[in-house]
Design a protein around this ligand. Structure first.
Ligand SMILES: Nc1ncnc2c1ncn2[C@@H]1O[C@H](COP(=O)(O)OP(=O)(O)OP(=O)(O)O)[C@@H](O)[C@H]1O
Length: 309
């Protein structure tokens, strides 16, 4: 059923450079959350801190009753098994074919027989639509396929939490749409807790239960998607609408008077337009009760025609 992650008062610096401070949020068990933020605001650092690869200076990360920032390396190793991570480039070994890449965590971390490994690898390859590509090398396939292979590898140890570091980076809009559908389908099938770091606003509008925004060393907001999409917070409005006008500048600092002037000039139109229909599990995917409830809510909001996008 996935596990909850509770982050409280988390601060991370490198030397004198504070990346973010006093970050508190709860990733609800089994839900999909997205973390947005301008480049360089420390989204990847946040993922690495969650999985215990980086140590924060202050604060706690509680998973299954244990604060993982205080665990010794041996116990941390156990906790890491709860996580599957999809790195930006898939992080595949270039000299291994896809089958061996995906089998790698099973061979490293379990004592399963090769026939059992084969069953799991093929099951996960099937889930991400890669059956038939077992013998391919990472260099022989498209960026989209590499992401899928990275995702299959993240799934083989049956994680309770999956972290996605910019799954859409480097993909064209059509491949991003397929990947988003895959993420939603997977959430309905395996029911793990998902956290997705992305720049892609269209994905953030359609895919998650919750949205967070890191900006100027703070977690500006974290909350249910509907709340964020209709928020009046200028930073959120600017980011979700991909506009130059607003508090976020190229150098990340703008004069308050300039921001005020820019905001006064924007006519946003009716609020209801902001609530993009949510992506639902596709045909053939059995929806668990959580997704049935989401589908009912979408039908209420957008009419009965809403199904998968
Ligand atoms: N190991 C490290 N040592 C020192 N500084 C680091 C380290 N890792 C990241 N940083 C710094 O932390 C800041 C945040 O980096 P991070 O990659 O998390 O940003 P991001 O929000 O993911 O950016 P982008 O959206 O462009 O990928 C950057 O200034 C980066 O230089």
């Amino acid at each position: 059923m996935g596990v909850e992650i509770c982050v409280e008062g988390l601060t991370k610096s490198f030397g004198h450079q504070v990346i973010w401070q006093d970050v508190s949020l709860t990733l609800p068990a089994g839900e999909v959350s997205v973390m947005l933020g301008p480049s360089g605001t420390g989204k990847s650092v946040f993922l690495k801190t969650l999985v215990g690869l980086l140590k924060p200076e202050r604060g706690s990360i509680t998973i299954q009753g244990r604060d993982i920032t205080r665990l010794r390396e041996h116990d941390l190793y156990e906790v890491r098994k709860l996580f599957g991570v999809l790195f930006q480039d898939g992080a595949l070994f270039g000299s291994m074919n896809l089958y061996d890449n995906i089998a790698f965590p099973l061979r490293e971390h379990t004592r399963r027989s090769e026939s059992e490994i084969r069953r799991v690898v093929l099951e996960k390859m099937d889930m991400v639509g890669l059956i038939g590509a077992e013998e391919k090398l990472p260099g022989e396939i498209s960026g989209g396929m590499r992401k899928r292979a990275g995702l299959a590898r993240a799934l083989v140890l049956d994680p309770e939490i999956i972290l996605f570091d910019e799954p859409d980076s480097g993909l064209d809009p059509v491949r991003v749409a397929y990947l988003n559908q895959l993420i939603v389908d997977l959430n309905a099938q395996i029911d793990a807790t998902f956290l997705i770091v992305t720049h892609d606003i269209a994905s953030a509008r359609q895919v998650p239960d919750n949205i967070g925004l890191l900006f100027r060393r703070e977690l500006v907001l974290f909350g249910p998607r509907e709340e964020l999409l209709t928020s009046d917070e200028p930073v959120v409005r600017q980011f979700l609408n991909g506009r130059m006008q607003g508090p976020i500048g190229m150098a990340e600092e703008k004069d308050a008077a300039q921001v005020e002037q820019e905001l006064a000039r924007i006519d946003e139109g009716p609020r209801v337009r902001d609530l993009t229909p949510r992506l639902l599990p596709g045909p053939g995917i059995t929806r668990p009760p959580r997704w049935e409830a989401i589908a009912r809510r979408e039908a209420e909001l957008h009419g009965t025609g809403v199904s998968s996008a």
